[in-house]
Design a protein around this ligand. Structure first.
Ligand code: OAD
Length: 253
C-alpha cells in the first residue's frame, strides 16, 4: 500500500513539473463509512436492509411518502450527529494547498463541508436540506423532524433535497462536474462502487481526456480498470498519508 501511495505521489509530481495541477476528487459513501454512516452496497449496506424499490425511488416517494420519510428521518438523525473523519479532512487539506479544484460528491451528508472543503458539488443533493413539493421553498434541518411526513407552511409535503432513483440530477451541477472532469489532469476516486451513473461516468471521461486516475477503495471496482494507481485500503487510512506526503515532498506548492 505504501508503495502505491509513493507511486501516486510521483505521478502527481511528474504532472506538476509539466503543467499546473487540475485535480478533482469524486467521492462516494465509502468516504463517510468511518464516520459511522452506512454505505449503500456491500456488507451491511442500506440496500441490503431496505428494498430500493420500496423506499429509494421517485415512484416509492409518490406512492408512500410516509414510509419513505421514516427512512429519511433516521438518516437525518444520523447525519446531524456525524463528524468528518480523517479522509474528509485530508481532502479539505488538498483544497487548502490549492491542489483540489472541486470535490464532486454523491454523498448527501455535508461532511466534506464540515471538514472545511469549500468547493463541493453535491450531485445527489443533500439530505439535511428540505424543499417543498409545491412552492419549492428550501430550508436546512437543524433538528430531526417532529411530524412525519413534515409539511410546509403552504400545507404541502416537504421532502429532502436529495435525489431519488429515477429522478434527474441537478443539471447545472452535473454540467459543471462534466466540465471539471474533462479538463482535469488528475482524478482521485474515493469510496465509490462505480455503479450509479452519471456519477460513475466522470472518471471515464477524465481518462479519455488524458487525466491520471488514482482510486482509493478496499475493493475492486470498474474504476480500477482505468486506474493508473489503485491504492487498496480504507481511505481514512490511505488518504491522509497520501495528502501529507504529497504536501511535504512537493516543491511546486
Ligand atoms: P456504494 O455503497 O455503492 O459503494 C461504497 C464503496 O465504498 C464501495 O466500493 C466500497 O468498497 C467502498 N468502501 C467501503 N469502505 C470504505 C472505506 N473505509 N474507504 C474507502 N472506500 C470504502 O456507495 P456509492 O458508490 O456512493 O444514490 O453509491 C452511489 C449511489 O448509490 C449513492 O449516491 C446513492 C446510492 O443508491 C442515490 O441515493 C441517488
Amino acid at each position: 500500500m505504501l508503495d502505491d501511495i509513493k507511486e501516486a505521489i510521483n505521478l502527481v509530481q511528474s504532472i506538476a513539473h509539466k503543467e499546473p495541477i487540475k485535480l478533482y476528487v469524486l467521492t462516494g459513501a465509502g468516504v463517510s463509512k468511518a464516520s459511522n454512516i452506512p454505505t449503500f452496497r456491500g456488507e451491511n449496506g442500506l440496500w441490503t436492509k431496505y428494498d430500493l424499490d420500496e423506499v429509494g425511488t421517485r415512484e416509492a416517494w409518490l406512492r408512500t411518502p410516509k414510509k419513505v420519510w421514516k427512512l429519511y428521518a433516521e438518516g437525518i438523525n444520523l447525519l446531524l450527529n456525524a463528524k468528518p473523519n480523517p479522509a474528509h479532512k485530508a481532502i479539505a487539506k488538498l483544497e487548502e494547498y490549492n491542489l483540489c479544484q472541486a470535490v464532486i460528491t454523491q454523498n448527501v451528508d455535508s461532511l466534506h463541508q464540515k471538514a472545511g472543503s469549500k468547493n463541493v458539488l453535491e450531485i445527489h443533493g443533500n439530505l439535511l436540506r428540505i424543499r417543498c413539493t409545491n412552492c419549492s421553498k428550501k430550508q436546512l434541518f437543524s433538528s430531526p423532524p417532529t411530524e412525519i411526513p413534515p409539511k410546509c407552511e403552504c400545507g404541502r409535503l416537504l421532502r429532502p433535497d436529495a435525489v431519488l432513483f429515477n429522478e434527474l440530477l441537478p443539471q447545472k451541477l452535473l454540467q459543471q462536474s462534466f466540465k471539471i472532469a474533462k479538463k482535469a489532469n488528475v482524478a482521485l476516486v474515493v469510496g465509490t462502487s462505480a455503479t450509479v451513473y452519471p456519477a460513475a461516468q466522470l472518471p471515464f471521461l477524465s481518462k479519455k481526456s488524458g487525466a491520471k486516475i488514482i482510486v482509493f477503495n478496499p475493493e475492486q471496482t470498474d474504476h480500477v480498470r482505468i486506474a493508473d494507481v489503485f491504492i487498496q485500503g480504507k481511505c481514512e487510512e490511505t488518504l491522509p498519508i497520501f495528502v501529507d506526503r504529497l504536501i511535504e515532498t512537493s516543491d511546486f506548492l
